[in-house]
Structures are given as structure tokens and as C-alpha cells.
Design a protein around this ligand. Structure first.
Ligand SMILES: [Zn+2]
Length: 189
């Protein structure tokens, strides 16, 4: 994480009147919006593609795949796991938003492959443990098996539009390269 230097922070506060972790972001957005030209984009994914990937801040989903805003739906969570909520979004993306191809993209050096349930529990405060009792944090003891499971979960979900292709990829955070680890499954095939 990077934090603004104290003098920069106070300078920023004096300009936008905000404070805390959000002020610089909102100031940057004002700059972004001043030259915004994406207002005409359609909601469906122009490339008919949806990427499910990890929240890891080292991954640039659009740039890494030669995509631009408007091309693809991007779903992110810890690990890039196919959860019930990801399936919910994939049903909607394939039904309403033109998505016909889905890649589940895990990555090297993922924290979810280094952690396990007890390890996460030990890092939580008593209040956190109480609030998350019974949760499965979906850590991955076997990265390849987890990716295969996620592809099977999405590719085997008849709630997605029949014919949707679902592949399993792994992104290498050291090289930027993507390897296909699980060949595409086709929903309903
Ligand atoms: Zn990760």
C-alpha cells in the first residue's frame, strides 16, 4: 500500500476539502470526468466475453487481454472463485449482456493458495471470528484442482445460456503471461 506523504496529504485536503482515504480518489475522478468520452458505450459486452478473476491488485484485466472499456464483463473476488454470486452474475451476463465466452482466471502467488481456513481464523479478531463463523473463505490447497472445480461449476451450471464456453486460465504475476489450464467446457453440451 502507498500512503500520501503528510505534506502531500495536507496539500490535497486544502484543495478538495476532504480527508481520509477517499479524498485523493475523488479528486482524481474529477480530473477523469473532465475529459470523459465513454458516455456512448452500450451495456452489452462488445467482445461477448466475461472474465472472472481475483481481486489481486497486480492484475490489469483489460490491458492484459487487449481489451478496452465496453468489451467485457469483469467479475472479481478473492481468488477468482466461482461462488453463488458469481453464478448469479454469469446467468445475467449470458442472458442479457451478450456474453458467450467466460474465462475463470486464477493467478500465481495468490494469497488464497498460501492461506488456509485455520490460518485465516487465527488472523481474525474475536469479533471478526464471531461475525464470520461458518464461512468458507475458499482457500485453495490445490490450485489446479480449485481451478478445475471452478470451471466445472460455471460450465456445468444450466442457469447460464446453453452454448456458453467456460475456460480455466492462470495468469503469471511475474511475467504477465496467461496459460490455459482447463480446456473450455460448453454449457449444455
Ligand atoms: Zn489472488
Amino acid at each position: 500500500m502507498t500512503h500520501p506523504q503528510p505534506d502531500q496529504q495536507s496539500d490535497q485536503q486544502s484543495h478538495d476539502g476532504g480527508d481520509g482515504p477517499f479524498a485523493q480518489l475523488l479528486a482524481a475522478n474529477r480530473t477523469y470526468a473532465s475529459t470523459f468520452d465513454l458516455g456512448g458505450l452500450a451495456a452489452p459486452a462488445a467482445k461477448r466475453f466475461c472474465l472472472v478473476t481475483c481481486m489481486d491488485s497486480r492484475i490489469e484485466p483489460l490491458v492484459a487481454l487487449g481489451l478496452v472499456p465496453g468489451d467485457a464483463k469483469i467479475l472479481r473476488n478473492a481468488g477468482g472463485r466461482v461462488t453463488a454470486d458469481v453464478l448469479r452474475s454469469l446467468v445475467l451476463a449470458t442472458t442479457y449482456l451478450g456474453v458467450t465466452a467466460v474465462a475463470i482466471m486464477h493467478h500465481t502467488d495468490c494469497a488464497m493458495t498460501h492461506l488456509d481456513g485455520p490460518g485465516i481464523q487465527s488472523a481474525l479478531s474475536a469479533d471478526q471470528r464471531a461475525a464470520t463463523e461458518g464461512w468458507d473463505f475458499l482457500t485453495m490447497a490445490d490450485a489446479d484442482a480449485a481451478l478445475a472445480d471452478d470451471v466445472a461449476a460455471a460450465g456445468g451450471c444450466a442457469g447460464l445460456v446453453a452454448g456458453t464456453a467456460v475456460a480455466g486460465w492462470r495468469y503469471d504475476v511475474g511475467t504477465g503471461r496467461i496459460a490455459q489450464v482447463v480446456a473450455p467446457l460448453v454449457v449444455g453440451a
